[in-house]
Design a protein around this ligand. Structure first.
Ligand SMILES: C[S@@+](CC[C@H](N)C(=O)[O-])C[C@H]1O[C@@H](n2cnc3c(N)ncnc32)[C@H](O)[C@@H]1O
Length: 163
């Protein structure tokens, strides 16, 4: 479902710079590598093991994509505001970060004007994020939204476009 949502709503322009926050097992980052059209991927995770596994996996398969793996807490990243055409933050990253709206605001800050955020959350209804208010604060708008109850909890997907 995530790949379908991404492919439907995020045509990747030639040379686009893409960033993913939260590597985990690295499947999503590996998928993103193959969506690049001459651009770059920056993958960020606070856990060194996740970063190392992604780097090794890409090396082992001799993946030709231009990928930078950053071992950092995204909340501490400085100097990358407005650096990316597309930022993704999916799976359990928002939940695991424990930062709620603040990590979404950080993701929004990394996007260029005209760029977009692919956000997926796996949160209980009581934990729902104030996405419309966050968009208003950051000069962005919801361009697409999907709710998928298929996994027994609410998976929500957004395309958030930065104006
Ligand atoms: C389990 S993964 C899920 C995301 C992955 N893209 C997926 O869909 O499988 C979540 C990752 O987010 C990372 N993470 C959580 N908070 C973070 C933060 N503040 N900065 C960077 N990475 C973070 C965790 O270390 C973990 O590896």
């Amino acid at each position: 479902m995530l790949a379908k949502f991404f492919e439907e709503h995020f045509p990747v322009p030639d040379g686009a710079d893409v960033c993913n926050i939260g590597i985990g097992a690295g499947y999503w980052d590996r998928y993103l590598c193959y969506q690049l059209r001459g651009g770059s991927l920056t993958s960020i995770d606070v856990l060194a093991d996740c970063c190392r596994a992604l780097r090794e996996g890409l090396e082992n398969e001799k993946n030709p994509a231009r990928v930078t793996v950053l071992n950092a807490d995204v909340m501490d990243l400085a100097g990358m505001e407005g650096a990316f055409d597309i930022v993704t933050m999916v799976g359990s990253t928002v939940r695991e970060s424990g930062r709620g709206a603040a990590i979404v605001e950080k993701a929004l800050s990394l996007i260029k004007p005209g760029g977009s955020l692919c956000l997926q959350t796996l949160l209980d209804e009581g934990e729902a994020l104030p996405v419309d208010a966050l968009c208003a604060k950051h000069g962005a708008a919801v361009a697409a939204h999907l709710f998928d109850p298929a996994y027994g909890y609410g998976a929500r997907y957004w395309k958030i476009a930065k104006i």
